[in-house]
Ligand binder design. Sequence first.
Ligand code: 6PG
Length: 467
Amino acid sequence: MFNTIGVIGLGVMGSNIALNMAGKGEQVAVYNYTRDLTDNLVNKNEGQSIHPYYEIQDFVYSLETPRKIFLMVTAGKPVDSVIDTLLPFLEAGDVIMDGGNSHYKDTERRYDELKSKGIGYLGIGISGGEVGALKGPSIMPGGDKDVYEKASPILTKIAAQVDGDPCCVYMGPKGSGHFVKMVHNGIEYADMQLIAETYTFLRKKLCLSVNEIADIFEIWNQGELKSYLLQITAEILRKKDEITGLPLVDVILDKTGQKGTGKWTSIQAIDHGIPASIITESLFARYISSLKEERVYAENILTGPEIGQRSLDKDLWIEYIRQAFYMGKICAYTQGFIQYKMTSELYGWELPLKDIALIFRGGCIIRAEFLNVISETYQEQPNLANLLIAPYFAEKVKEYQTGLRKVVCEGINSGTSFPCLSASLTYYDSYRTGISNANLLQAQRDYFGAHTYERNDLAGFFHTNWQ
Ligand code: 6PG
C-alpha cells in the first residue's frame, strides 16, 4: 500500500503535523535528515499510521502519485537543500508544500523554479504553535489553484474547525500564503505588545498585583476582547516560579527575541508605502528591550517628569485601559488588513480578506472574537479602504478613544512608554485628518530640491523660486 502523504522535518511542528494527519486517517511517510528524530516519533507513537523512511528515495517512492510532500524544515537554505534532494525522484504533477515560516519572496522563487520542471509548489502559512499543529492549526495555502486542489482534502481535514468550517482557505497565487502568514505574525507582535502595555498600566499605574491582573484579563476574555493571546496571558500571570515562589513572569528577563517574520512585515510595509506603524513599533519595542544593560544604566542618568505617582480611581481606569487596549487592537488589525489589501492590489493576488479573518478565528495565535466582525465587515464591503470607517468599528472607536487618550496621556505625563498604544492613537488621529501638514513638507522639498508640488486649486505640478 502506498502512503498518502509524506512529511519531511520531524522537529516538534513537523512531528505534530504528521500525527495530526495520521489521526485523520492518512498513511503518513516520515523522513528526517537525522535518524534520531524519526525513531523518536515512531517509537513514541506505535500503532499510528506513521511510516519511517531513512533514505529519501525510499520515502519518495513510498508515496501514491501525484505525490504530496509536506516540508516542515527551518526556513531559508534548508528548504532549498531538501527540495534539491527530492528533485531527482519526483515526477511532473507531484506537489511539494512548504509549511514553514518561509519568506514569501523565497517561496515565489521556488515556485517558479519548480513550475518550470512541472512540479507543483505550495507555500503554506501554518499558525498555531505545537498544539495547533497537532490538534488543528490555521492554514494559509498559496500557489496554483489546481495544485491546491490536490492537497486540499488533507489540508482542510487537519485544520482547526470553527462552526463546522475548516480554518483553511485558498489564499491566492505564488507566495500569497506565506505572505498572509508573515503579516499574521506582524499582527501577532502588535497584539502581544498591546497586552504587555495594558499589563504595565495595570501593574505600574494602578498598582495591581499579578493575580489581580490575571483576574481582570479573565473577565475581559469573556467579552468582546476574547482572544487566545489574552487567555494565555492570564494563565502566564498565574504561574509561580518553582525556585522562588514568585510569579514566574517576575523572574523572566525582560529581553525579547524574534525570528524575523514581524521584521519582514515591517520591511515589506515600508518598501511599499503601507503605514504599518503599530506593527513596526512592536518590533522596535523588542529591539529596545534587548538593550537591557544600557536601559539599566540609563535609568540612573536620565530623569522622567517630576510628578509623583497620582492616585487613580481603580474601576474607572480599568475601564479606560480596557477601551485603550481594544482600540489599539482594532487599529493594529486594521493596519494588517490594509497591508493585505494594498499588497493584493499591487500583485493582483485577489486575497480573500473576508476568508483571512475567518480562518484566523481558530487554530492560529491571533485568534480572537472580533475577527467575526472583521469577516462580516469584508463580506458586506469587500473593497473597504480601512476597517476604521466601517460602521461597527467607527462606532466603537468613537466611544473607546476616550480611554485610549486618557491612558496615552497618563503614560506621557508620568514617563511610562506605551509605544503601541501611542502609535494606535497617532494612527487614528492622522487617518481622520482631512487637511494635514504635508503641504509644508512639499514646500520644503521644493525649496531645497526643486521636487515640485501639486496645488489644491489647479491641476499639474508646480515649482517656486523660493529665494
Ligand atoms: C504561529 C507563530 C509562530 C511563531 C513565530 C514567531 O503563528 O504559530 O507566529 O509562527 O511563534 O516563530 O515568533 P517570533 O516571536 O520568534 O518571531
